[in-house]
Design a protein. Structure first.
Length: 746
């Protein structure tokens, strides 16, 4: 039977601790470059703690979907041991780096060690480091100002049966100022992976699918992976869980995991897991919880784990045994520079689509893995849960609490238990439904207190990027933005040459004006500074092009179901043709200004015309009648005015000459071209085939040339490489080239 540590019940949730720690690899030869004064310390006092490891549980042989053989998925890896370690147990050394205090903690038979500090009163300049006996892994530096409460600070386990705690006080030649006390250690009897070379790879015996897909091999999931943490509840178990976004999009750190990860006290008649309620000692143990983010391999199919960041201390915000959900809040949340994101969620009851839903988790204490789900549906015996099988990978102990993501990367549940593991990869598991936990666990007051939203998308803070256009015209105002209103954050914007901030300084959205006199490159930059986390600043830069050009006016006009490029009138010509008594309407493109003003310059007869937004519509009623209109637009660089003239012509009846429809037009990424075949011409299809499409820029340069086989009647062309502007298309049917205008608008 596992030894259960009972914490002092006088502690209250209001003093639960907070922590942030960087864990990194080192060597015996290089640790001195990380730890100040290390080479001058030759003596370490040792505190030895006796320990008899527990025996891991042997799971029953599963029968798929049979609740009597269902196995919970938390990793039972360590025994909590009560200890009494203080400053008197260590020794001090004077070094050139300052006063150093050290202590070696040895737990024979332990596979790994974690420590909980009852007192963590470092001096203002002191730094703490914790490293293993082999000097291959070091945590630190830890400083007092990293923590807003120093009771119960906990570090995640380090491999090996002994660790060294090292405190240095720079420039101190007198008495040691720092005081620490350790009340609890975690003595591991099962392996937990950390940085550096990985441990055993999860293997399947006769599995039909790969049970070991690494998250680092799926770049499209890494943004979501930054919401996921390996979770140590402070009770000797390890689970997985996920940071959730809120309706405020403000980075408040709520963490979803499984109820049974905390519920370890047996019921009246014993049994496992737990007694279906969270007892006072289980809640207080949250002060010693640890959250490890970004714990994954350094490269796909590599054998080295990356450095990661960890935080300790949490408060209980909501829980429900009925849907096996727990909502925690990290009391010392990540900072803007700590590389975490916040997952979206959905309480819609629609089943996630096959092969698009997935989970991200830490099976058996190892680095982060990706598992793709299939056949997700309501669990037959209990509507509070989803059941899921897997198309790639599986889950194992340590995966409990991991989020089930739908095809939109939104959390729709969390792992409870089931029948799969690396030897039963064809078996399924069940997940508590987020929609049920919304009420059962009381999630709504924390995640959407005002709007009671059905769903929300993720808040992605890494990498920090500035949203906005890539160019500015002189005199024009343009907005740029990053996620705004983040808790504890301040915003400071700067702009490059010939740019000016109009408004928004100190917020997530800034308005910038171009004040340049020449065409140049410039930039806009924001630095966000956080009051929390270990890495408390993040900076993003967006490079821009500045133009002193007057507005660009161009476009096309449509008449008699055909579209033509607009020709600019020079006083005597050229005229754009318009069919008698057919509506003529323009499709204008404008760059560098917000609106066009039209005016009629002259007409040979009465012309009915109207302006709608930047376009005009009009009729010409008699053959050879004419009309001249002027379009004008202004920005800070000046005004552009062009005149366009039309002449009424007799377009005649239907002919079987080639004609085509281009859509959309204007376009951004892709266009489709199909024949426009009048009914009398259905027997002349060869006139409407598409054998070649050429696209020219306004200077006559060939930009795209696509060829097609005989009798091809449709073309789709990617134009995403074209810049904004007016282009001419030549569509070849084997006999003639048909000209069609194309407007590209980004």
């Amino acid at each position: 039977m596992k030894n259960i540590f009972t914490a002092s019940l006088f502690m209250t949730l209001s003093i639960l601790s907070k922590s942030q720690t960087i864990t990194q690899t080192t060597t015996a030869a290089t640790i001195g470059t990380i730890v100040p004064g290390y080479s001058q310390v030759s003596t370490y006092n040792t505190k030895t703690i006796s320990y008899t490891p527990s025996t891991p549980d042997i799971p029953t042989t599963p029968v798929d979907d049979d609740t009597t053989t269902e196995d919970i998925k938390k990793w039972d890896y360590a025994n909590p041991l009560s200890v009494n370690i203080n400053m008197n147990d260590g020794n001090t050394t004077n070094t050139s780096a300052g006063k150093v205090w050290t202590l070696r903690i040895s737990i024979p038979n332990a596979l790994n060690i974690g420590v909980t500090f009852q007192q963590f009163d470092l001096s203002a300049t002191a730094e703490m480091y914790i490293f293993n006996e082999a000097r291959t892994v070091v945590k630190g530096s830890l400083k007092k100002n990293y923590f807003s409460n120093t009771v119960g600070i906990t570090t995640a386990p380090m491999k090996g049966n002994s660790i060294i705690i090292y405190i240095v006080e720079p420039n101190n030649t007198g008495a040691l100022q720092s005081i620490i006390a350790i009340q609890k250690v975690m003595a591991g009897y099962q392996n937990i992976d950390e940085v550096g070379s990985t441990g055993s790879i999860l293997k399947a015996e006769g599995a039909s699918v790969n049970c070991d897909p690494l998250i680092i091999c799926s770049p499209d999931k890494l943004s979501t992976a930054r919401t996921v943490a390996k979770f140590y509840p402070g009770n000797g178990f390890q689970c997985s869980g996920t940071l959730l976004n809120t309706e405020a999009n403000n980075g408040r750190a709520f963490f979803l995991t499984a109820f049974h990860c905390l519920d370890i006290n047996p019921g009246l008649f014993g049994g496992h897991p737990g007694n279906n309620v969270l007892d006072a000692d289980e809640i207080v143990a949250l002060q010693n919880s640890v959250f490890q983010f970004q714990f994954w391999r350094s490269e796909c199919n590599g054998t080295v784990n990356n450095s990661f960041i960890e935080f300790s201390g949490a408060a209980l915000r909501g829980n429900a045994f009925g849907s096996d959900a727990v909502l925690l809040e990290l009391l010392n949340p990540p900072g803007i520079g700590d590389g975490v994101n916040y997952a979206g969620w959905s309480r819609v009851t629609t089943e996630p689509s096959d092969n698009s839903s997935f989970i991200i988790h830490h099976p058996q204490g190892q680095d982060m893995r990706l598992t793709k789900t299939r056949d997700v549906k309501s669990f037959g015996g209990n509507g509070n849960f989803w059941s899921a099988h897997y198309s790639s990978g599986t889950v194992d102990k340590g995966s409990s609490g991991s989020a089930l993501f739908n095809e939109n990367k939104q959390v729709v549940g969390q792992l409870r238990s089931g029948w799969s593991n690396c030897n039963y990869t064809d078996y399924g598991d069940r997940y508590g439904k987020f929609s049920e936990s919304w009420t059962f666990a009381g999630l709504q007051p924390w995640l959407s207190p005002n709007q009671n939203l059905q769903s929300i998308y993720s808040l992605d803070l890494f990498p920090l990027t500035i949203q906005g256009p890539s160019g500015i015209y002189c005199g024009g105002n343009v907005q740029f933005s990053v996620p705004g209103g983040l808790l504890g954050c301040t915003y400071f914007w700067t702009v490059g040459t010939n740019l000016q901030i109009v408004s928004g300084q100190g917020t997530g959205t800034v308005t910038v004006k171009g004040v340049q006199t020449t065409n140049i490159s410039s930039s806009v930059q924001v630095q966000i500074t956080d009051t929390k986390g270990r890495n408390r600043t993040a900076t993003a830069v967006k490079n821009l092009s500045l133009s002193v050009s007057k507005p660009f006016i161009g476009g096309t006009y449509t008449n008699n179901a055909s579209e033509y490029p607009l020709a600019i009138f020079n006083g005597s010509g050229p005229y754009n043709n318009a069919c008698t008594q057919n509506m003529v309407y323009t499709k204008m493109q404008l760059t560098g200004a917000s609106s066009i003003t039209w005016s009629k310059i002259s007409s040979s007869t009465v012309v009915n015309w109207t302006q709608q937004l930047n376009d005009i519509n009009f009729y010409l009623f008699s053959i050879n009648s004419t009309a001249v209109f002027q379009a004008s637009a202004s920005n800070g660089c000046g005004t552009t005015s062009y005149q366009f003239a039309w002449k009424d012509v007799d377009c005649g009846g239907t002919t079987c000459g080639a004609n085509y429809v281009v859509s959309p037009n204007p376009a951004i990424n892709n266009i489709n071209i199909v024949p426009d075949i009048p009914l009398p011409c259905k027997g002349s299809l060869e006139n409407f085939q598409i054998l070649e499409v050429r696209i020219y820029d306004p200077q006559g340069n060939l930009k795209i040339d696509e060829k097609y086989p005989p009798l091809n009647m449709q073309a789709q062309i990617n134009i995403s490489t074209l810049k904004t502007g007016l282009y001419m298309m030549n569509i070849f049917n084997g006999k003639v080239y048909v000209k069609k205008p194309l407007v590209v608008g980004k």
